[in-house]
Design a binder for this molecule. Structure first.
Ligand code: ZN
Length: 243
């Protein structure tokens, strides 16, 4: 069975559709794991929720998802993120809100713990450094953990002695074996590793390998929609730079 692994769609329909098409070109998938932040920042929250629901995913809750339905305070958001979040809240139907409210914070699927931020703080904590990863390896029981939130495709490896971090690059094939891993597939809708292409992964459970992929999408089309919606300029420009 193959799993599409997607994080941080962030209401970017063009990026999301490009990922789905690209995944088909890489052999397709039977299941979807969505690592949270379906909405926020981008111009198509309702359409992204609708498309995601068609995939019948296992999906966990991100901080932007929680904020859009008023479950967490946006006081810690940047002013741009907060403005986009208030706009997002106004775009959601009751069904959309119901979907987001119902998302769990942490899911265990076979050998994987799935969580947006970290096992220690599922919605908020960024695992961006080895010291944070080291603390979090003690907070889950499965061999592997998949996270999002940083929008950077990254891998932390724990071999029983020490934790190492490494960037996941487009085309990388990761063999899952004895080492425990924290895997971040990168961001679909707002990558932040200076590569504007949408980032995602496909996990092949039979071969026990995970492939990281990048795909270009029509950034200008998304930007035009954001401008029409009156979303903040910084959010419009950053998706062209991948920052
Ligand atoms: Zn995010």
């Amino acid at each position: 069975m193959k799993y599409l692994v997607i994080a941080d769609i962030h209401s970017n329909l063009e990026a999301f559709e490009a990922v789905l098409e690209d995944a088909q070109n890489h052999g397709g998938f039977g299941h979807t794991w969505c690592i949270g932040d379906v909405v926020g920042y981008g111009p198509d929250p309702a359409a992204c929720i609708k498309l995601l629901k068609q995939l019948d995913p296992v999906c966990v809750c991100g901080n932007h998802d929680s904020a859009a339905v008023g479950e967490i305070d946006i006081g810690d958001f940047s002013s741009e993120a907060a403005k986009a979040n208030r706009w997002t809240a106004g775009q959601l139907s009751d069904d959309d809100r119901g979907f987001l409210v119902g998302l769990p914070k942490l899911v265990v699927e076979d050998d994987f713990t799935i969580v947006h931020g970290s096992p220690r703080q599922p919605v908020w904590e960024y695992i961006a450094h080895t010291i944070t990863a080291e603390d979090n390896f003690r907070r889950f029981d499965t061999p592997f953990c998949i996270v999002g939130h940083t929008h950077v495709p990254f891998l932390f490896t724990y071999d029983g002695a020490k934790v190492c971090g490494s960037v996941l690059r487009a085309g990388d094939m990761l063999v899952l074996g004895d080492n425990r891993l924290i895997i971040n597939p990168g961001g679909v809708g707002q990558p932040r590793d200076r590569d504007p292409r949408a980032s995602y992964a496909i996990f092949d459970a039979e071969e026990m390998v995970l492939h990281n992929y990048r795909v270009t999408y029509d950034v200008a089309a998304t930007q035009r929609k954001m401008e029409r919606a009156g979303l903040p300029d910084f959010l419009v420009s950053r998706i062209a730079w991948g920052v």
